[in-house]
Design a protein around this ligand. Structure first.
Ligand code: SF4
Length: 233
């Protein structure tokens, strides 16, 4: 499989934010979101066998950790499901080795073949991502109660799209969380504050409260811990 990087950090998003996690970033994406902060993963990387990936994950986070909770591993990208033929056996082996596996995906690829134990964090692309209409609606049927749906938002039009999507498709109660996340300026560096958010979190919070939405405001925690331009964190 083609890998951009494998590293250990704190999980920055989802309901797992703040927990130690090993990230496996796969190379390649078929989308081009306007605010993408992972463009470095579109090309390059190196070929690794599943065994080599497992060894590196075990080196960074041994599955026999003295913690009660299972150690976390996230498969991300790029779009990891473009390498589904290798990703599925990889997650099966990670699960068998005792890891909790998160899969971060754009929602454009079919997800029905992903083992049910994997926690899928699935994007629904909003209009100003430049990739609206790419979400495969059939993936709603593949969601498990522990999965999470994520909307990255830049403005009111994106917010209304997400709000109306929830009203129309009613994922509430069928997933663990619906995440509303302000997009971060991709060229941001230096200050670790909300000035780099393309949509002010305070404004988003006010809209969510006014509409009484069953969604969770989700800030990208890693952008506030480290320099927003830092990679491998
Ligand atoms: S799907 Fe993810 S990796 Fe691909 S362009 Fe969009 S944000 Fe970037």
């Amino acid at each position: 499989m083609q890998i951009t990087e494998i590293y250990k950090s704190l999980q920055g998003e989802s309901t797992y934010a703040g927990l130690p996690c090993v990230f496996i970033r796969l190379t390649g994406c078929n989308l081009r979101c306007n605010w993408c902060d992972s463009e470095f993963s579109f090309y390059g990387g190196c070929k690794m066998s599943i065994e080599e990936v497992l060894r590196e994950v075990a080196r960074l986070s041994p599955p026999t950790a003295v913690s009660v909770a299972k150690p976390l591993v996230e498969i991300t990208g790029g779009e990891p499901m473009l390498q589904e033929r290798e990703v599925i056996p990889l997650v099966e082996q990670l699960l068998a080795a005792g890891y909790k596996v998160l899969l971060e995906t754009s929602g454009e690829r079919p997800l029905a073949g992903v083992p049910k134990e994997v926690v899928k964090i699935v994007d629904v692309k909003c209009p100003h991502s430049g990739e609206a209409e790419t979400f495969a609606l059939g993936n709603l049927a593949a969601l498990e109660p522990h999965d999470e749906l994520k909307f990255v938002l830049t403005d009111r039009a994106d917010y209304e799209f997400a709000r109306d999507f929830i009203a129309q498709h009613k994922p509430t109660g069928r997933v663990n969380a619906i995440l509303f996340s302000p997009a971060f300026a991709k060229e941001a560096s230096g200050a670790r504050d909300t000035s780099h958010c393309l949509l002010d979190p305070e404004q988003l919070a006010r809209w969510m409260l006014a509409d009484n939405l069953p969604a969770r405001l989700s800030l990208q925690m890693h952008k506030f811990i480290w320099d927003p331009a830092a990679k491998g964190v």
